[in-house]
Design a protein around this ligand. Structure first.
Ligand code: FAD
Length: 506
């Protein structure tokens, strides 16, 4: 039984049947909403959280978005401030589609590019331009993705732009665009299940019991990263105890509802995005601290030092690649260590190179003038074994190669046959610092199989009529890793596709 004219905003005229109901107000959901409104549809976005927590993981991000582009000039139409005096001195390089694809392939464990990855890459730039046309604009990531050389700002790693005012700014700009086009956003409206009629989705049921009729439904309510039971069941038992870097609301509600409606499970469930995090952070991300500080529980400068587990042993090649390409895997690696923790150890030579998150007022670390005193302060660490590891590491550092943090310098060292392939400097200049870390989950990779129009597919590969999905819910976009900044772009690409197709099918 539908609730007729479900009146969400007092006094507003609401349709009895919405053209499109979108579940979730993150980047993917709002992109779907914008695309559907653009086609003239009546669109309702339902959001489980209140106004402060709406926007899900999107709000926790730095707003960094990876997309293919051929020249520096391609970036100009996307910039919030093209007159920034630094722009003429910026070298954004190029990030051709082939390089984006190669970066994704680097995480595919030898598997070919998936159809979802093809869509992500080939539609990434057009989608950025489309969003910019709706007033969603970007700033170059001066601090994290560029370095200054001979008066020029050289960008590296293919990740050059972030939404103005980061994730909160992205949410604000997208919400404004959506509402300007006539879309309705309802907070405190938790989706519970899909309503089906003869195999076709005809609406949604809220947790409060209300039913809302819709010609099409777009699911955009995130993965299952906030749900400890689903993490343990679907990723692995060690994930039950992971910290959650973002919203507490992505409980897998939409995935479960779609699977119940016959959608096929698709993607790498044992894969997920995770990163080393402060061992003492709270269980979920804190959206109340200033947005610029929200990422500060993350600890990803390990490439400048080394990481040891409780047994005092290294367990990853900290310098395998630029941190953009390793931190997601290393979050899992830390969770797999005894006690689900490790210590990142640095000497004074690199303190100034550590990311700002290491100077965050709430960063936990110990400091000492000599290594034995430092390691003795690390509760739970086998200090003697850790000292042996560092001594062996220092003895194997390749002095012939100069240290260069702006390139994969090939300056290597090893312990117990495990290399540190780049940026291996001796840890020999006090004072020393040790940061205790654990693994924090960012988002999950397994989800739904969608068509190239974001229709949700069943086990036979047939679309479930009236049902679309986008964002974290789409499986197959990431397999065993993630080039930083691709999550938001994927949400925007599949959100736009879902919103557009939902209207043409309504
Ligand atoms: C700390 C952090 C930093 C990140 N940094 C970046 C970055 O810089 N660049 C990048 O590309 N990616 C980044 N990511 C990943 C990025 O956040 C996600 O890929 C992206 O935000 C997912 O968008 P989404 O719209 O699918 O999900 P979300 O943004 O999480 O939106 C889902 C929404 O659905 C709502 N919801 C959930 N269940 C229900 C329900 N039952 N009923 C109604 N609503 C519901 C949630 O409250 C939420 O608002 C980061 C993630 C985190 C946590």
């Amino acid at each position: 039984m539908y609730t007729p004219g479900y009146n969400l905003q007092k006094g507003a005229e609401m349709p009895d049947i919405w053209d499109v109901v979108v579940v979730g107000s993150g980047n993917a959901g709002l992109c779907a909403g914008i695309a559907a409104c653009e086609k003239g549809a009546s669109v309702l976005v339902l959001e489980k959280a209140d106004a402060a927590m709406a926007g899900g993981n999107t709000k926790y991000t730095a707003g960094a978005m990876r997309f293919a582009y051929d020249t520096s000039d391609d970036l100009l139409p996307l910039l919030a401030n093209p007159d920034d005096p630094r722009i003429p001195n910026a070298d954004f390089g190029a990030y051709p589609a082939a390089t984006f694809k190669a970066d994704l392939l680097g995480f595919n464990d030898g598997a070919p590019l998936t159809p979802e990855q093809e869509i992500l890459v080939t539609q990434s730039y057009d989608t950025m331009v489309w969003l910019a046309g709706h007033g969603v604009t970007y700033d170059p990531i001066w601090a994290r993705q560029s370095f200054e050389k001979d008066g020029k700002f050289i960008f590296w790693g293919g990740l050059t732009l972030a939404a103005e005012n980061e994730g909160v700014g992205l949410f604000d700009m997208e919400r404004a665009a959506f509402e300007k086009l006539g879309g309705t956003l309802q907070y405190d409206a938790a989706f519970a299940s899909l309503v089906l009629d003869d195999g076709r989705v005809t609406g949604v049921r809220l947790a409060c019991g209300t039913q809302i009729a819709a010609k099409s439904v777009v699911l955009a309510c995130g993965g299952f990263e906030s749900n400890a039971q689903m993490r343990a069941d679907l990723i692995g038992p060690e994930w039950a105890g992971a910290k959650v870097r973002g919203t507490p609301h992505n409980m897998g509600d939409g995935l479960q509802a779609a699977w119940d409606a016959g959608a096929v499970r698709y993607g790498r469930f044992e894969g997920c995005h995770a990163t080393p995090m402060d061992f003492f952070m709270k269980d979920f991300g804190n959206v109340d601290i200033p947005h610029g500080e929200r990422k500060n529980y993350r600890k990803i400068s390990y490439f400048l030092g080394l990481m040891v587990n409780e047994n005092g042993k290294r367990f990853v090649d900290e310098g395998y690649d630029f941190r953009n390409y390793t931190y997601a895997q290393f979050g899992r690696a830390v969770l797999q260590q005894p006690g689900q923790r490790a210590w990142q150890i640095f000497d004074a030579k690199v303190f100034d190179l550590l990311y700002a998150e290491y100077r965050f007022h709430d960063a936990h670390f110990v400091q000492a003038d000599d290594l034995p005193s430092l390691l003795a302060q690390c509760d739970g660490l086998n200090a003697a074994a850790a000292l042996d590891t560092i001594t062996a590491f220092n003895a194997s550092v390749d002095d012939a190669v100069p240290f260069d943090p702006t390139a994969k310098d090939g300056k290597s060292a090893e312990t117990d046959g495990l290399a540190k392939s780049n940026w291996a400097q001796r840890i020999d200049q006090g004072p020393y610092r040790a940061f205790p870390v654990t693994g924090g989950i960012t988002f999950t990779y397994g989800g739904l199989k969608v068509s190239d129009r974001a229709q949700v597919l069943d086990a036979e590969g047939a679309p479930i009529a009236g049902l679309f999905a986008c964002g974290e819910m789409v499986g197959g976009v990431f397999l065993n890793g993630y080039p930083g900044g691709s999550g938001l772009t994927s949400g925007a690409v599949f959100g736009r596709l879902a919103g557009t197709a939902a209207v043409s099918q309504s």
